[in-house]
Design a protein around this ligand. Structure first.
Ligand SMILES: C[S@@+](CC[C@H](N)C(=O)[O-])C[C@H]1O[C@@H](n2cnc3c(N)ncnc32)[C@H](O)[C@@H]1O
Length: 362
């Protein structure tokens, strides 16, 4: 049987997702060819070597893939489901050799896919029961076990596969469902909310996302990102020529600076978070963020890099490489991850922090 890795991305970014998996798999000496399902947010990486699927999942952290939300290795090719006894057909296709800790019912992230959600929810109940009965699905609570994926392309077609519990997204299709807070002044607020959730482990929230920390928000207006910082009890310097929402100013936690974000420098070295959503050339933003970190103007930076119309993957690679090169020049240890988050559109989110002292701190 042909084995493939199925990757989920934002519809419209299949080319970037494909280019990235092909490149990063090759770094691990794993090769295959791409099948891109345009505008469906799906990429199939058909492996030349059947066993490579699991090997790649073991070697390449999902966190290192910028454009992939979720992935799995196929266990079956596309299965045509009968009108009745769908559960039986799926159970039979799985066989009894392997066990899984969880089941994810998934669809493409398209309108047609969304229309299948109800169907999936209904089918999930008897399917789980049948899988438990056959001991294919273990009892809940085993976070490290393999995850079983059922990708429904329609009510009649499914592809089955698995991901490793230690290298998978916790969310169905890699999409966290966040609630828009009604008091937030812009929908952009969800981008920073998701970024904190994705990049900062929950166990660290009490020290890294806690009240009393100082933050700077570059390109802050009208205040969606500032809202996320204020809500966590931080004191925020909001930098933007545009107006900030009154409701945020009234909290007393926000100071508004109507100046250019590239010129703003903090008066004291007591800023923990630098966040930046300026609509600006990505290499300028990347350079500025690196400056702040190596000068010790902040401890952690969370920022968006806006994507160009063409050559998006190449541009991202170039900007991230520039940051890495500058860190390397200064011989610092650092942590940096980038992701095309669900609430991002034509942009990616980057998180960076130094793990050794800032070399140019005053
Ligand atoms: C996408 S909006 C920010 C939305 C904001 N994060 C929110 O959640 O409400 C981009 C902002 O960047 C600001 N901006 C662009 N270039 C800037 C610069 N050089 N200095 C400061 N702000 C800038 C714009 O005025 C605009 O308000």
């Amino acid at each position: 049987m042909k084995t493939s890795i199925v990757l989920y991305c934002r519809p419209g970014f299949e080319k970037e997702c494909g280019a990235e998996i092909q490149e990063k798999a090759a770094w691990n000496e794993i090769y295959g060819y791409l099948e891109i399902v345009k505008k469906q947010g799906l990429v199939f990486f058909h492996l030349h070597n059947e066993e490579d699927g699991e090997t790649l999942m073991e070697k390449l952290p999902l966190k290192r893939l910028i454009f992939t939300r979720q992935w799995f290795v196929t266990l079956t090719e596309k299965i045509e489901l009968p009108d009745y006894n769908r559960v039986e057909a799926i159970v039979e296709a799985l066989g009894s050799d392997w066990q899984y800790a969880d089941l994810r019912m998934e669809t493409p992230d398209t309108n047609d896919g969304k229309a299948l959600t109800k169907f999936c929810r209904k089918l999930a109940v008897p399917l789980r029961q049948a899988l438990r009965k056959q001991k294919i699905l273990t009892e809940q609570g085993d976070d490290d076990g393999a995850v079983l994926h059922a990708l429904f392309l329609s009510g009649k077609e499914v592809i089955l596969g698995f991901s490793l519990g230690t290298n998978t997204s916790q969310h169905v299709m890699g999409i966290p469902r966040l609630k828009f807070p009604s008091q937030a002044p812009s929908r952009s607020t969800l981008k920073l909310d998701e970024a904190f959730l994705y990049f900062v482990p929950k166990k660290d929230w009490e020290s890294r996302l806690t009240s009393g920390l100082n933050a700077v928000d570059l390109g802050a207006a009208p205040g969606g990102w500032t809202y996320q910082l204020v809500r966590r009890g931080m004191m925020v310097s909001a930098v933007d020529n545009g107006p900030m929402a009154e409701s945020l100013m009234e909290t007393g936690q926000v100071k508004h600076y109507q100046i250019d974000g590239f010129k703003f420098k903090p008066a004291k070295q007591n800023v923990y978070w630098l966040v930046c959503d300026m609509v600006e050339k990505p290499h300028r933003v990347a350079y500025l963020m690196t400056d702040w970190l190596i000068h010790g103007f902040c401890k952690e930076a969370m920022f968006n890099l806006k994507l160009p119309m063409k050559g998006r993957y190449q541009q991202v690679q170039k900007d991230l490489q520039m940051i890495k090169d500058r860190f390397a020049e200064h011989d610092v240890r650092y942590e940096m991850y980038a992701k095309h988050l669900y609430y991002d559109r034509e942009e990616i989110t980057v998180h960076a922090r130094l793990l050794s002292p800032a070399p140019l701190a005053r």
